[in-house]
Structures are given as C-alpha cells and as structure tokens.
Design a protein around this ligand. Structure first.
Ligand code: ADP
Ligand code: ZN
Length: 745
C-alpha cells in the first residue's frame, strides 16, 4: 500500500510554513528528517504525519528522496510541543523545530564518528598461533585472540608500531575482519565534584517528600522551592531526581549559564556520573551532536544545560528543575521568543511531571503564583551548615560627597581594597548592568527624578539634554534644583564599568585587574576565559556587571563591592527592584570560608532604601509584600502584561507613520475583540506609538507600539488578536512582537 508523508520543510518563511504532502516510498517514521524536492531544489524537512490515505486535491505529488538519519530526530511530544510553541510565540514551525535538534545536523554539517575496529575471524584456528613465526602479524593475531571485543585499529598501533600494513594484509587474507563502529565523542567533561549524599535536614525532607508525592500522583504541578543560598535546594533537586530515576524516568535540569555555574553542574556530574549529559556552550559541534544523540537514543536519563536544554529529547520525562528561576537568561530574545519556564510547564503537563522552580529570590510573579495557589510553595528557611556570613557595610555616598570625596570609591571601599590587595587576596567590584541607563539624582539628598505617571525613573538623554519616561514617552527638562531639597546638586548618574576601571587604575596603578561586561565578552568563550583567568589568580580584582554575580564562588575572594547600588534601583524598568534585591542578596549571602570571613561594601546614595536593608537581611518575604503592593498599585505584571511591537528601518518618518497606523488600527481590533466578549476597552490600559528608548541601533531607527493589558480572562484572546492583526497589516518595518520582554530598550 502506498504511503504518504506530511512534511515541514526546513525553511523559515511564513509562506511555506505549512505541511506539504509527499509520496513516501521508503521505510520512515514520524519525526524522522528527510530530503524532499521543493520547487526546483532539494531541501531538508521533518515528517510530522504519515498516512496511507492519498491527500485530496489534483496536484501532482512529489516523492521523498531519502531519510537523513536512520532514527527519528523528534519524538511525538516534541511535535506536540512545537505546535503549541508556534501558536504561543507566533513563529514558524521550522524556527521551533530547529531548536530541538543540534544546529549542525541541518545541512548534515556534523556526522557520526566512525572508528575502524577489527576482530579475529571466528573460523581462524587459535591453536595454530604458537606455530606462526615471530612477526607483527603474529603479535596482532595474538592480541585479537586475547580480546573478547572488537579492538580499535588506533589502539593496536599504540602497542604494535607500524601495524597498518600487516593489519591490511590480514584483512585481505580473511584472517581478520574489519568493522566500522560508531563512537560518541566524549566532551572534555566538567570535573565531577563528589559529595557524599547527606542525611537531609527536616526541612529538606519535608520538601522532598512532597515532591515525591507529586511524582506519584502523576499530575503536572509547578512547585516553587524558595530557600536562601546554602539552604540545600540543590541537594533536594538531586534526591528528587534520584527518585525519578528509580521510576525509570528521566530529568532535565536548567541552569542560567553553565560557565557561570560550574560548581552546580559538577555536583550533578559527581552524583549521576555516566547517566548525565551536560549541554554547555564549550562543546564542539561534534560533541554537542553526540551528547544530543546519547539523549535521543536513551543512553542518558539526566540532562543539565542552559535554556535550550528544555528541548532535550529525554523520553519519559519525570521532572524538570529550573535553578535560579529568576534569571533573565531563561527568556530567548531571538525568535522563537520563548520562555523556558513556560515551555517546561507545557512539557511537564504532557508528561504529568512536576516542574520545580528554585531560587533564593524568586521572581515576584512566581512568588505571587505560589501564594495564590497556581503553583505550590515549598520553603527552606535555614542554612544547612552555618558558614559565617560576610560582614556587610552600607556606605552613604551623600555624606562622602558632603565631606568632599567626589570619587566613585568611598573612603571605606578604598581602604578595604587596599587591605585586600596588600594581603594578596582577591576582590570583585560590581557595576550596574547597563552602561547607558542613566538617571538624574540629587547628590545631596539622593532624590531621583521619577515619571509623574509611571513610577519608574526618568531617563537622561544626552543628545537633547532632556528626561524621558520609557514607559509612557513623557518628556521634560532637567530641573535646575532638586524638587525635594531645593539644592542645585542634580547630577546625571549612571556609572559604567569603563569609568570604574579608570578610577581604579588611578588609585591602584600596579594592581592587575580584569573587566567583564557585555563589551568585553563578545566572543563565545570569553566569559569562561575571564572567570578562568580570575580563578587562577592572574588578576587580583575583577570589575564587572551583574553577569558575574553567579561566579562569586572564588575561594580567594574576600571583598565584594557594589559600586553604586542606586544604579540598580533606578534603571527605568519595573522589574528592576527585584533584580537589585536579588543581586544584593546574593552578594550578601555569599558563604564565607571558615578561615577567611569576607566583607561586602555596598555604596549608595539612598542608604535608607528599604530594598537594600531587606536584601542585606535576606528578608525576601517583607520585600515581596512591599514590592507586590507596588506592582498592584501601578498595575504592573503579574497584574498586567506588556506587549512591545518594534519597528525598525532607515527612515524615521515612515516608521513613525507605520507604528501610528498600527497602534490605531490594532486598538480598534482589540476593542472589537473585547466588545465581542462582553467586555470593554478599559482592559487595554495603555497603547501608544512612540520612539523606542534607544532610538537608533546600528544605523537603524527604532520605533515602538507599547501595549499594557489588564490580566483578565481575555488576555490570551487579545494577544492572539495582536498576532493575527500583525499577520494581515502588511507593515514592512515591523520587526518583532514581544510579550513581557526582559528589557524594553
Ligand atoms: P542551595 O542549592 O540552596 O544553595 P546546596 O544544596 O548547595 O544549597 O547546599 C549548600 C551546602 O550544604 C552544600 O555544600 C551541600 O553539599 C551541603 N548540604 C546540603 N544539604 C545537606 C545536608 N542535609 N547535610 C549536610 N550538608 C548538606
Ligand atoms: Zn511615564
């Protein structure tokens, strides 16, 4: 009986983003990759359906040329997941499916590694060996006779020099048989860190038992495991995974970025050994492909990796763990613009498995869901081993200023740096994340100029010397005096790593330092290189942005300075307080070493700021109460949702007109949708066209439509309506549609 395959071609263009039918003359399964004729080309594709019924229509069917691998690249749940992602993230099927396979598999740029092995022909009479005269051939035959398995030719050459010619001769004579065997390239594994499995504390035990119970119930459930650093969360994950493995199911563990979390990964490797695959950015294409194949062919049951490991083809998934769930790196900023936590939830619901989100400082949204019953909350309130906490000092930079110190470094930080450097120890200096985010602050009283409507700081724009709100577009002149204390010390702030580096050099001209920020880490490995250089003490001081917060576990670091905590609190982004809280908590919670208790210096213009105080005390709950209250008042997520539609192009006027037209027409569409659902337009809290905060990048102008929607039962309908409208509106410069993007710059 003739078979037919429905294929998604691996071309990411909307117009071909649908199933194409082909005659399938060969054995193949759903999920397998194939080569098919397409137009007058041959392209790669994925079989998503196979049937024996001839597709309707009077077009002439073409025929599948061949299968590309002898196994299915995708399994059924991945295909379901892909359909869901296509709708949820408004992207093409090809874009999604590409996430699920190693990049180099496409175009067959990576192949299985074959090794030439040989074995003795079973018909060869082994008793005749002794009678052979001494020769290389005899050595080789003896070697093979002693071995119970096929031996790699490369190994024989190690023992018998110049064995190639005699081996070839033996093969030709039929005494020895050769066989090419597929091997897995073993990545240069992260050194395992073996920690003997401890007896759990009562808190850990309670958490673990509840997770095991959820696993047994076989229902999807998202659990937020909230516990301060050192409270033993990782140990709970590992024992939960052991339980899952005992049920013959698999696990995925996501970490923010492997090169920044080597210890965590090393512990998983130490505990699970050969049954764990680590997907990290330093793998070569071949190694990545082999690790993926080991997973796909069910040879490992635990995968540890960064964001994209959420697609790892673990079959019979029993749990997903997302460590440090508050990290931004779990959202993809390129299409498909997915959020790993949402995708994980979806996968877990197919697999009836729990999703564990772990953090010392969860996202406010996650904690809100945990408290309101959408997630389940499990908490670890105590540290396991009472390592000494560092001594934290908060320095009031306004006083420094009044006393005549106009430097970036306070007297205390300079003194501590000097002590640390003289003692031969190491220090880390944190600077705010984004060099360009700048705000205006009174250096005498610490007042920051805020948007009257939005509860975020106004951003200083150097070009026209004005202040703008990145949420509503409001614009104003910089006042001459401080609106609070009337003194004339308003100053634009926004210290970058560059500036800190310069002042550092002038204070400590002979001290070796390293700098790590978005500019210095362009290359693929530079992250790990800089951290590696610092770990091996090639420099005494590391100056960096938040990206090094995870890398705090350097034994020789005894001093951490936050150069200006206000910079973090005043980035015009509603999530900024939670990011600042998270960073300060992490820095202040860094476990000291028994012999060297570290110290932390936090410089700020607003020492009375509650966030800093609460973070230093690790008081997440009070932070949450205050912050969620603000979110509710200002109607920020989780009480609302942002959609940002970005337009880019060469001509500002055209972008302006397009975005304006989009905003007007799309608003009308959304209102219609709401009215059709017996609701009214007030659910659209805000919707305007305006220039993007960064008006130009790489010579392209940027214009945006910003939409803020109330969170109601209509929200997902509205998002669909926005996507649908964008498909039909034919705006040439529409660049992206983002839902609650990490940043709206
Ligand atoms: P977290 O992930 O919350 O930061 P970890 O799981 O890393 O915490 O635990 C912190 C330290 O305490 C680790 O060195 C870990 O090996 C150790 N540890 C965890 N649980 C226990 C326990 N029950 N008994 C003894 N040591 C433990
Ligand atoms: Zn505003």
């Amino acid at each position: 009986m003739e078979k037919y395959a429905k294929v998604i071609v691996d071309i990411s263009v909307d117009s071909v983003d649908r199933l194409f039918s082909y005659i399938l003359p060969i054995e193949a399964v759903v999920g397998q990759r194939v080569l098919v004729p397409f137009g007058n080309r041959k392209v790669e594709g994925f079989i998503l359906e196979i049937s024996t019924e001839k597709p309707e229509g009077d077009f002439e069917l073409k025929t599948v040329i061949k299968v590309l691998e002898d196994y299915a690249a995708l399994d059924e749940t991945q295909i379901s997941l892909a359909y869901w992602m296509k709708t949820a993230y408004h992207c093409t099927m090809a874009q999604v499916l590409r996430q699920m396979i190693p990049a180099q598999l496409r175009g067959m740029r990576v192949k299985e590694k074959k090794v030439r092995t040989i074995y003795l022909n079973p018909e060869f009479d082994k008793t005749s060996i002794n009678a052979l005269k001494q020769s290389k051939k005899k050595d080789i035959i003896q070697l093979l006779a002693d071995s119970t398995i096929n031996v790699a030719v490369a190994d024989i050459v190690e023992l018998v020099p110049n064995a190639y010619a005699p081996i070839n001769a033996l093969v030709k004579d039929g005494i020895v048989i050769e066989k090419f065997e597929t091997v897995y390239r073993k990545p240069n594994q992260i050194a395992p860190q073996c920690v003997e499995k401890p007896v759990l504390t009562a808190e850990q035990e309670t958490a673990l038992q509840r997770i095991e119970q959820i696993i047994d119930e076989g229902k999807q459930k998202t659990v937020l495991l909230h516990g301060i650093t050192g409270s033993g969360k990782t140990e709970v994950y590992m024992q939960a995974i052991e339980y899952v493995l005992s049920k013959k199911r698999g696990a995925i563990v996501l970490v923010p970025e492997i090169s920044l979390t080597p210890q965590t990964v090393a512990r998983f490797v130490g505990r699970f050994g050969d049954s764990v695959a680590v997907l990290h950015s330093r793998l070569s294409a071949g190694e990545r492909f082999d690790e993926w194949r080991r997973i796909r062919l069910n040879q490992v049951s635990v995968v540890v990796g960064a964001r994209s490991a959420v697609f790892a083809p673990i079959s019979d998934l029993g749990i997903i763990v997302i460590d440090e769930e508050h990290e931004d790196s779990y959202s993809s900023e390129n299409p498909p613009r997915y959020n790993a936590s949402e995708v994980a939830q979806r996968r877990c619901s197919y697999a009836n498995a729990p999703l564990i989100l772990g953090s010392a400082t969860p996202k406010l949204t996650s904690y809100y869901y945990a408290k309101s019953g959408k997630y389940e909350l499990l908490e670890l309130n105590n540290r396991v081993n009472l390592m000494p906490l560092p001594q934290v000092s908060i320095v009031d930079m306004r006083k420094e200023f009044v006393l005549g110190n106009t430097s970036i470094f306070s007297g205390l930080l300079t003194e501590r740096l000097r002590e640390c450097i003289d003692a031969g120890e190491q220090a880390i200096l944190f600077v705010n994340r984004r060099g360009y985010s700048s705000f205006v602050m009174c250096r005498a009283c610490g007042e920051v100029i805020m948007c009257p409507d939005c509860d975020v700081s106004l951003t200083y724009h150097k070009q026209d010397n004005s202040l703008k709100c990145h949420y509503c577009g409001i614009e104003q002149r910089i006042p001459k005096t401080c609106p609070k204390c009337s003194k004339p010390y308003l100053k634009y702030m926004g210290i970058g790593t560059q500036q800190v580096q310069e002042e550092f050099i002038s204070l400590f001209p002979n001290t070796k330092y390293l700098r790590m920020d978005a500019d210095s880490t362009r290359g693929k490995d530079s992250h790990a290189d800089i951290l590696g250089a610092f770990a091996s003490k090639q420099a005494q001081v590391l100056i960096g942005t938040q990206m090094i917060a995870k890398g705090l576990d350097f034994p020789n670091v005894t001093l951490v300075g936050i150069v200006l905590a206000d910079c973090m609190l005043n980035i015009p982004d509603y999530r900024n307080t939670e990011r600042a809280f998270s960073l300060i908590t992490q820095v202040a919670g860094r476990a000291g070493r028994a012999e060297k208790v570290g110290s932390v210096v936090i410089q700020t213009n607003t020492p009375e700021n509650n966030i800093i105080k609460l973070a230093v005390q690790h008081d997440y709950k009070n932070f949450y109460e205050a912050a969620i209250h603000e979110r509710a008042n200002s109607l920020y997520p989780p009480f609302s949702l942002f959609v940002r539609i970005l337009f880019t192009g060469d001509e500002q006027e055209i972008l302006f007109a397009e975005s304006q037209a989009f905003a007007d027409a799309c608003y009308a569409t959304l209102c219609e949708t709401l009215l059709a659902n017996s609701a009214d337009c007030s659910e659209i809290l805000f919707m305007y066209a305006m220039p993007a905060p960064i008006k130009r990048i790489k010579e392209k102008y940027r214009q945006q439509v910003l939409i803020k929607l109330a969170r109601t039962k209509h929200t997902s309908k509205l998002i669909k309506a926005i996507y649908a409208y964008s498909d039909t509106c034919d705006m040439k410069h529409l660049y992206s549609i983002e839902i609650n993007p990490n940043d709206m710059m």
